[in-house]
Design a binder for this molecule. Structure first.
Ligand code: ZN
Ligand code: ZN
Ligand code: ZN
Length: 263
């Protein structure tokens, strides 16, 4: 791929158990089985030229990388210490080791306890301080996801594009973070359930719509979706729900994201 092109791929749009949920007979899970669709666990791939950055390492990572023919991972960013976000780190161990992993000292410490037998290079990043990876400007920021002590969202800036990935959060996002999340071209937001669901750790769709408006997001996609949402095609009529494998392409010639969003 041309070095000036940045591609963002939703590798998994499911919540911790994924959809279908093992053993579940709900309408959504039955529809997924019958019509052969699924929501794998959370990972986002950022591709710039031949470089591959992973935001979180989904427990489904082996299949996700093989299905897209991703042959190597150049860097990993972890958002927080929950199994559905880091559990697949070992999926490319033995194939590749000494991978650089970027996150805050607290998240390194928490996930590090589960990684004693896997080698990697921890790079400590202070949230709100921008760092650069393969020409992309990246900033981690704090969100609010009890009971983990720290959970991060990710801001990616490239040329005149701004992409915000919320990370797992509830609606009480710190003001300082909301400030840097403003006016994104693309908002990738973690939404666990439709409106009406009372959630302590996550957002429901009503919370997400409010945040989307507050930030004046030009384009929004919901991810980290639970089986509480209707089957995918039905959900799409009401919500901007993402799907596994969905791609967004940032090209330098084009100035607004809507003109070149590809499916
Ligand atoms: Zn999660
Ligand atoms: Zn279900
Ligand atoms: Zn989580």
């Amino acid at each position: 791929m041309e070095d000036s092109i940045v591609k963002i791929v939703l590798l998994g749009t499911g919540d911790a158990p994924g959809t279908p949920v093992i053993g579940c007979n709900c309408r959504t899970c039955m529809d997924a089985i019958k019509n052969n669709w699924e929501r794998k666990r959370f990972s986002i791939l950022i591709q710039k030229g031949d470089k591959n950055i992973l935001i979180d390492t989904s427990p489904d990572l082996r299949r996700q990388l093989l299905s897209l023919n991703i042959r190597r991972v150049d860097a990993v960013i972890w958002t927080h210490c929950h199994f559905d976000h880091f559990g697949g780190f070992g999926e490319f161990y033995r194939v590749q080791n000494d991978i650089k992993v970027y996150t805050s000292p607290e998240v390194h410490e928490d996930i590090g306890r589960f990684m004693q037998f896997l080698k990697y290079k921890p790079i400590e990043i202070n949230p709100y301080e921008q760092f650069s990876l393969f020409g992309l400007n990246i900033t981690l920021f704090d969100v609010n996801h009890p009971t983990v002590r720290r959970s991060h969202g990710v801001k990616i800036e490239y040329r005149n594009f701004k992409v915000i990935i919320t990370g797992d959060t509830n609606k009480d996002i710190p003001k300082k973070s909301l400030e840097i999340m403003k006016d994104p071209d693309l908002l990738i937001i973690n939404v666990l359930a439709p409106e009406g669901f009372k959630l302590r750790k996550h957002l429901n769709a009503a919370d997400a719509f409010l945040i989307m408006k507050k930030l004046r997001a030009k384009k929004t996609v919901f991810t980290h979706l639970g089986h509480f949402f209707p089957p995918h095609k039905e959900a799409l009529k009401k919500y901007p729900v993402g799907y596994d494998g969905q791609e967004f392409i940032l090209k330098k010639e084009i100035t607004t994201l809507n003109e070149f969003l590809s499916k």
